[in-house]
Design a protein around this ligand. Structure first.
Ligand code: PXG
Length: 302
C-alpha cells in the first residue's frame, strides 16, 4: 500500500487521513491563528529564517504564545520535510489559538495548535517565460492597517476570498485590491510591482500589504542589479499607464499581468523587465546560501 504523507501536529507525525484538529479550535471558529507558506527548492528551504521571523512577529502582534523556540520550529519544519522525503515542496505552517469553549475571547484557549503540511511542488521558474494573467481591480478595499491588517499573516482571509470570488465571476484570474485611501495595495495572495520608464515601484506597507518575502527579495534583487526600485504609494492611474506589471509570492513565484479589466498592460504579455527579473529570480531560489539545507548530513557525507 502507498504510504500516506505525514503531517506534523503538536510534535507528533500523523498520517494525512488522521490529521485532524478539534471543531472547538478557535482557528476554525474565529480565524484566530497565523500561518506561513514556505517553499523548498532542490533540498533547500528558501529564506526559512525570514518566514520563521515573520511567523513570530505575527504571533506577537496577536499575543499568541508559541510553545517552541524559533530554533525548535525551524527543526520541526525541516523534520516534516525529511519525514516526507521531499526536495521540492510547498510547506504550510499553521498555528491556531487552539481548542477552547465557544466565545471569541482567546483566554478561553489553553494551548495553541501547531501543524505543518508539506506537499510536493515543482517550480515554474526556469528557462521558460513567466505565466501571463488577467487581472481586475476589486470593488473590495484591502483591510486597513488599523483593522485586520494583512501585515499579520492571520487565518482571516475573507478580504482576499471576496476579491477572488469577484474575479472568478468576472472571468479574471485574480483581483488587485486598493487600500482604504484608494492607493494600490496588493492582489489576493501576491504583492504587486510595476515598471515605468525602466524604474520599478511597489506599494509600501502603509497600503496594508503583507510584507512579502518574495517582494523583499525582489526589491534587493533590483538593487543588486542596479535597477531603480521604490517602495511608495502607487495610484490606480499608474496601473493603467504602466509599461509592465508583475505579481510575486511564494506559491505563485512571478506572474506577468497581461490585462487589467480587459485593458492591456504594455503589450499585453511579459515585458523585458519582468522577464529579466524572472530569469534572475529563478537563479536566486536555487542558490544554497538563500536557504536552509534539509538534508545537511547527506550533503556533508558526499
Ligand atoms: N500578500 C498576501 C496577502 C499573501 O497572502 C503574499 C502577499 C506573498 O507573500 P510571500 O511572503 O509568499 O512572498 C501572500 C502570500 C497561495 C497563498 O495559495 C499564498 C498566501 C496565502 C494564502 C495562499 O498562493 N500568502
Amino acid at each position: 500500500m502507498q504510504k500516506e504523507p505525514l503531517i506534523y501536529i503538536d510534535g507528533k507525525f500523523v498520517d494525512k487521513s488522521k490529521a485532524v484538529v478539534s471543531v472547538f479550535d478557535h482557528g476554525l471558529l474565529y480565524g484566530d491563528g497565523i500561518f506561513e507558506g514556505i517553499r523548498e527548492y532542490n533540498g533547500n528551504v528558501f529564506r526559512l529564517g525570514d518566514h520563521i521571523d515573520r511567523l513570530y512577529d505575527s504571533a506577537k502582534s496577536i499575543r499568541l504564545k508559541i510553545p517552541l523556540t524559533k530554533h525548535e520550529m525551524t527543526e520541526a519544519v525541516l523534520e516534516t520535510i525529511r519525514k516526507n522525503q521531499l526536495r521540492d515542496a510547498y510547506i504550510r505552517l499553521v498555528i491556531t489559538r487552539g481548542p477552547g469553549d465557544l466565545g471569541v475571547d482567546p483566554g478561553l484557549c489553553k494551548n495553541s495548535t501547531t501543524f505543518i503540511i508539506v506537499e510536493p511542488m515543482a517550480s515554474v521558474l526556469g528557462p521558460r517565460e513567466p505565466k501571463v494573467v488577467k487581472m481586475m481591480v476589486s470593488s473590495y478595499r484591502r483591510d486597513a492597517v488599523d483593522a485586520t491588517s494583512h501585515e499579520i499573516k492571520s487565518l482571516n482571509y475573507m478580504n482576499s476570498i471576496l476579491a477572488k470570488i469577484e474575479a472568478n465571476s468576472a472571468g479574471a484570474d485574480d483581483a488587485i485590491l486598493l487600500d482604504h485611501r484608494g492607493f494600490v495595495s496588493e492582489a489576493s495572495v501576491t504583492n504587486i510591482f510595476l515598471v515605468k520608464d525602466g524604474k520599478v515601484a511597489t506599494p509600501s506597507s502603509s497600503a496594508g500589504i503583507l510584507h512579502g518575502i518574495t517582494r523583499d527579495r525582489l526589491i534587493s534583487l533590483c538593487s543588486d542589479l542596479g535597477i531603480d526600485v521604490a517602495q511608495r504609494d502607487v495610484t490606480p492611474f499608474e496601473l493603467t499607464t504602466a509599461d509592465e506589471i508583475f505579481l510575486v509570492g511564494t506559491k505563485s513565484e512571478i506572474l506577468a499581468v497581461g490585462t487589467i479589466s480587459g485593458a492591456k498592460v504594455g503589450h499585453g504579455g511579459a515585458g523585458p523587465m519582468t522577464k529579466k527579473l524572472y530569469q534572475e529570480f529563478s537563479r536566486v531560489v536555487q542558490r544554497a546560501e538563500e536557504g536552509t539545507p534539509v538534508y545537511e548530513a547527506e550533503s556533508v557525507n558526499v
